[in-house]
Design a protein around this ligand. Structure first.
Ligand code: MN
Ligand code: MN
Length: 274
């Protein structure tokens, strides 16, 4: 897989938060991440040395235009990603609440048959339904796994499993690394085509206060970046990613937006080399 031809990376906003169960606000995240990305307090380089201002293979592609009801918007998301993939690009999507990962992965799975998903989150997001809603941001990985859109789901940072979600972990054969068992710099061996989904609340709220669901006991920013960087040494093709659940309404001085902008750069850098 290391000789996979390089494909441009499109960074694409998905301003959607209609499936948030607790607080709205994540629809404002793509604009907040872009503002933080351009903030002159930092520069445009990732830690891995990629220059995001100059790079010919990294496309700052704006937001997906969304209108209509939820199903229509999910269709628009899937179609936008399909078009990018057909054009030979890979997409790093900026959410949006986590419900968008279902239409995002639905598009990717149409092109990549044997996907592994690496999912960072405080929550398993495996509910069959939440408050009667199968498309809630608490449900995307149940929809993905029951539809066979991924062959393997590896979760990191989880610290909220209830009885139902533990059953879902077993039902779908999820490799769930709960935070209580987490060891720094240790991911399972991954290979083949990988999709990365990063929920900002995987980070401890001390590091990322700009999220809707405060769940203490999470990853440090450094631990998350180290895990993302560790993918660069694995025999994988990172075919797509999303960064979701930043809630600028809850942020403090734009700190979490800066963290999201940094994660965006580090994830895209790993995509660039994998
Ligand atoms: Mn989530
Ligand atoms: Mn979460």
């Amino acid at each position: 897989m290391t000789d996979t031809p390089r494909q441009p990376i499109a960074i694409l906003g998905v301003p959607f938060d209609e499936k948030s169960s607790y607080l709205r606000g994540a629809a404002q995240a793509p604009a907040a991440i872009r503002e933080a990305f351009h903030c002159p307090s930092s520069n445009y380089f990732s830690e891995l040395g990629v220059d995001f201002q100059q790079h010919p293979d990294i496309l700052h592609a704006g937001d997906i235009p969304l209108h209509g009801d939820t199903l229509a918007q999910f269709e628009q998301i899937t179609n936008a990603i399909k078009a990018r993939i057909t054009a030979g690009q890979r997409v790093l999507a900026l959410g949006g609440d986590h419900s968008i990962t279902y239409p995002l992965v639905r598009a990717a799975a149409g092109h990549y048959a044997n996907l592994t998903i690496l999912h960072f989150d405080a929550h398993g997001d495996l509910y069959d339904r939440l408050d009667g809603d199968p498309l809630s941001h608490a449900c995307p990985f149940a929809r993905i796994m029951e539809a066979g859109l991924a062959q393997r789901l590896v979760q990191v940072g989880i610290r909220t499993l209830n009885a139902h979600q533990r059953e879902q972990v077993t039902r779908f054969g999820v490799e769930c690394i709960e935070m209580k068992d987490f060891q720094p710099r240790r991911l399972p061996d991954l290979s083949g085509e990988v999709y990365l989904s990063f929920d900002m609340d995987a980070l401890d709220p001390a590091f990322a206060p700009g999220v809707s669901h405060y769940e203490p006991g999470g990853l440090t920013t450094r631990e998350a970046i180290d895990l993302i960087h560790s993918l660069a040494a694995m025999p994988i093709h990172l075919i797509g990613a999303d960064l979701v659940e930043l809630n600028p309404v809850r942020d403090s001085h734009g700190m979490t937006a800066m963290t999201a902008a940094k994660l965006m750069k580090e994830i895209a850098s790993v995509m660039y080399c994998r």
